[in-house]
Design a protein around this ligand. Structure first.
Ligand code: SAM
Length: 371
């Protein structure tokens, strides 16, 4: 039996997964920049010559691009590379799943556990995210087909760094690394250098790799990760115990937790909000405000694709993700004025922030507030 809970590809599986990562990188950078050049130098000027004005917005540009062979190639490769990605990680999961479930059980039953795991009495089922195959992950995040299932978590964990690195947002992360979490703690220190958190909450912690960063960076703090995907919470617990890091995980909806008021002095999330509906964004922000102690900090990292700061072509390719790649809330999220949402949730305007920051090679969207 494996002693650690982790996504562990063998040599051939790693090679195939690396190929998919390289293909995605090619599509996201080389092919998209060729498309951008064609859009700027040929496609848009041709429209202007015909109609007397350039393309005005995402919908107009999308309608023209839909008929263009280079854009069709981009669409087709993006769609199929996503299928290839899920197939490539599924091979590893199919080979290791029985062993991994046993490893999880052993970790969860161990008297030497450093942290804990709390599952809800009834599986948290929060539509629309529970009814959506986010990123077109087969079965979504929630599917359970065996007792103590962690299959969807293994698949997700296998794609996290592949996906981020292929978008140039990986912070140099390797499989299972906590590099994005460490990047977030660096942002915490920049924005609240005086904060010495004693209790930290990670909302939408997913498979938990990034949650470990908060314990490693703030060893005196009690760290809790919550997520409403039960297989993810199991995996996160098993993974944290395998790494010998003391973190508590609970299956919970971030908009409706059971923690008392003022339970945490640091609340964080990484790429959770763009996967929730507008109503849930509001509910989660209000809940975060309730859970923060006076002086505490809420800080969230999310996708930076706000229409006012990206080229028209990028708006079209991003919106394609909404229509065809299991990112139904992405455009809606970036259309929100997050600073106003924070104020509406109870944060003082001057203490609320929603801005883009260049960190290493990538730009990230940070939003939150100090209570
Ligand atoms: C893209 S994943 C990110 C996971 C993790 N933060 C990371 O960086 O790897 C988004 C996570 O948010 C979780 N999530 C979405 N809506 C939620 C909600 N209302 N309450 C708790 N978790 C939620 C999903 O189940 C998923 O695990």
């Amino acid at each position: 039996m494996a002693s650690t809970v982790a996504f562990t590809p063998n040599h051939d599986e790693s090679a195939r997964q690396a190929f998919v990562g390289s293909l995605k990188e090619f599509i996201n950078f080389k092919l998209e920049s060729t498309l951008q050049q064609s859009f700027d130098e040929v496609i848009n000027p041709a429209v202007e010559a015909r109609t007397g004005r350039p393309l005005a917005d995402r919908d107009e540009a999308g309608a023209v691009l839909d008929r263009h062979p280079l854009y069709q190639l981009w669409e087709s490769l993006t769609f199929h590379s996503q299928n290839l990605m899920w197939k490539a990680v599924q091979d590893t999961t199919d080979r290791t799943i029985d062993d991994q479930v046993e490893a999880f059980r052993a970790r969860a039953a161990s008297p030497n556990r450093r942290g804990s795991m709390r599952l809800a009495d009834r599986m948290v089922h929060k539509a629309p995210i529970t009814t959506t195959e986010i990123h077109r992950q087969p079965g979504g995040y929630w599917r359970e087909t065996r007792p103590d299932d962690i299959e969807t978590a293994l698949n997700y964990s296998g794609t996290v760094d592949l996906y981020r690195n292929a978008k140039g947002m990986g912070a140099g992360g390797k499989l299972g690394s906590d590099s994005i979490g460490r990047m977030l703690t660096a942002a915490v220190r920049r924005r609240a250098p005086d904060l010495q958190p004693k209790a930290i909450l990670d909302m939408g912690c997913g498979t938990g790799e990034q949650t470990l960063a908060y314990k490693r960076e703030f060893p005196d703090a009690e760290v809790t990760g919550i997520d409403c995907a039960r297989p993810f919470i199991r995996f996160a617990h098993g993974f944290a115990e395998s790494q010998d890091v003391a973190v508590h995980f609970a299956e919970m909806d971030a908009g409706e937790t059971d923690f008392p008021d003022a339970s945490f002095d640091l609340i964080v999330s990484i790429i959770m909000f763009h996967e929730t509906s507008r109503a849930q964004v509001r509910q989660i922000l209000a809940e975060s405000h309730r859970l923060l102690r006076p002086g505490g900090l809420l800080i969230n990292l999310d996708v930076p694709y706000h229409a006012h700061r990206i080229p028209l072509l990028k708006q079209v390719t991003n919106h394609w993700q909404v229509r065809h790649n299991g990112e139904p809330f992405w455009s809606g999220f970036t259309a929100l004025d997050m600073r106003e949402e924070l104020v509406a949730a109870g944060f003082v305007r001057d203490a609320a922030f929603a801005d883009h920051e260049q960190v290493g090679p990538a730009t990230y969207f940070f939003f939150g507030g100090r209570k």
